[in-house]
Ligand binder design. Structure first.
Ligand code: 5GP
Length: 140
């Protein structure tokens, strides 16, 4: 598999399509998932192009995981969650649908089931409001 520079997350990074951004630094970018599996579902991606974890630059991944941790901590606090799911898929057989490396960060609540992967589009206003909750904790 080769990296498609026009994949949806590459387009988000280039500003060619909109997203609800929650965090950005030199190496990493984070934004709301438009088809969330739960309230506050966020995605954390490296700026360097790679299809997935298997082919990503190791130094970039080292920086990325620090951002995954920050976003997971913010998820717990912003949504008053009981836990946080961090998941990551590699290749179609593992469930990957967008071929730019990404980590899912999903706040979890006791007794609330996870929605299906690639389910329904969320309301734009709700995504904007959830992104603002993250930014309030992640902006320095
Ligand atoms: P994967 O299946 O590759 O692990 O996850 C891809 C994720 O990207 C899915 O959870 C899906 O909801 C999300 N997604 C797909 N298209 C878009 C989009 O255009 N914008 C945003 N923000 N998320 C997307």
């Amino acid at each position: 598999m080769s990296y498609d520079p026009d994949n949806i997350f590459a387009k988000i990074l280039k500003g060619e399509i909109p997203c609800h951004k929650i965090y950005e630094d030199e190496n990493s970018f984070a934004f709301m998932d438009v088809m969330p599996q739960g309230e506050g579902h966020a995605l954390v991606i490296p700026k360097l192009p790679s299809e997935n974890l298997l082919t990503a630059d190791a130094d970039s991944l080292s920086e990325l995981i620090k951002v995954v941790q920050k976003v997971a901590q913010a998820a717990l606090e912003a949504f008053q969650a009981d836990g946080v799911l961090v998941q990551q898929f590699n290749n179609p057989a593992a469930g990957q649908t967008v071929f730019h490396t990404h980590f899912h960060v999903v706040p979890r609540f006791e007794g609330v089931a996870l929605q299906p992967h690639n389910g329904d589009m969320a309301d734009g206003e709700l995504l904007a409001s959830n992104a603002a909750k993250y930014r309030a904790l992640l902006e320095t």
